[in-house]
Design a protein around this ligand. Structure first.
Ligand SMILES: [Zn+2]
Length: 276
């Protein structure tokens, strides 16, 4: 399923920033305009059988196509196993899977064009609220509240948790951008990243949003160092690192939420100390 959906994500990555319809026309070779036949459209396999070239004009097909398909398949499998072993409802898996699709589209568009498409975040942000209402399991830190709330109120709690996640996730990146602009006197952080982290925070809640905010720069460094050394333009897209950090933090959420909880207790002790 992940491979097939990955194939559709490829269509999104190419067509969304070019403002083209996602449904029509059918997939075609951008070089010779020949429509791609169904047997040449099988995820990964067709790429291998065609030796990575168009059947008609022999133009090279970007390695991005099989890569996105494999990545989506891998991420879906990982998330499924994760949800399965934690005895989460299938809805939690679907929520994470939909989020990972949004992240994969954003990542590859950002890598190519340095933008995170509004089409993704403007659909993703309301979807995050809907998923939070439908599958309360997404906001695990609320589970202790379950015994105290009626079903309706509990679901309202999760929607509020989702909004709080959006505010914290988007807010942290926004703050970073404001400070960065003051310090470096040019745009340090795109507004696309703010919306992306708002969407992510809406799905994972405020604690994981904080964790992702601190984990993402570590991944970013791996790319920033070679770019700083070898390239003249010192610009790196940040969306891919936020996305990668999001997936890592979702899979290791018990660990990261544990760390955040330690800090909350630490601040609580400090705060109580100042007042006594
Ligand atoms: Zn062709």
């Amino acid at each position: 399923m992940g491979l097939a959906i990955g194939s559709f994500l490829n269509v999104c990555i190419y067509r969304i920033p070019r403002k083209k319809s996602l449904i029509l026309p059918r997939s075609f070779c951008p070089e010779c305009n020949t429509p791609v036949r169904w047997y040449d459209n099988i995820p990964v396999l067709s790429y291998l059988l065609l030796w990575g070239r168009c059947r008609t004009c022999k133009t090279k097909i970007s390695i991005r196509y099989p890569l996105v398909e494999l990545l989506t398949g891998y991420v879906f499998a990982h998330l499924y196993v994760f949800a399965h072993y934690r005895h989460e409802s299938p809805c939690v898996f679907i929520g994470y899977a939909v989020l990972s699709c949004a992240l994969i589209i954003s990542t590859f568009v950002d890598l190519e064009l340095f933008v995170i498409p509004n089409e993704v975040t403007f659909i993703g942000i309301p979807l995050a609220l809907v998923f939070s209402a439908l599958c309360p399991g997404l906001h695990n830190e609320l589970n202790t509240l379950r015994n105290f709330s009626l079903v309706g109120i509990y679901r309202l709690d999760t929607v509020i948790a989702s909004m709080l996640g959006m505010l914290v996730g988007g807010g942290l990146i926004f703050l970073c951008g404001v400070i960065g602009k003051r310090v470096f006197r040019k745009d340090a952080m795109g507004f696309g990243d703010v919306k992306l982290m708002g969407m992510v925070g809406g799905v994972v809640g405020w604690k994981l949003a904080v964790a992702i905010f601190f984990v993402a720069p570590f991944f970013g460094l791996f790319m920033a160092i070679p770019v700083l050394i070898f390239k003249k333009v010192h610009l790196i897209p940040y969306g891919p690192f936020l996305s990668l950090a999001t997936l890592v933090c979702i899979l290791l959420q018990d660990y990261f939420i544990g760390i955040i909880n330690v800090y909350i207790q630490l601040f609580a002790i400090l705060f109580a100390g100042f007042h006594s």
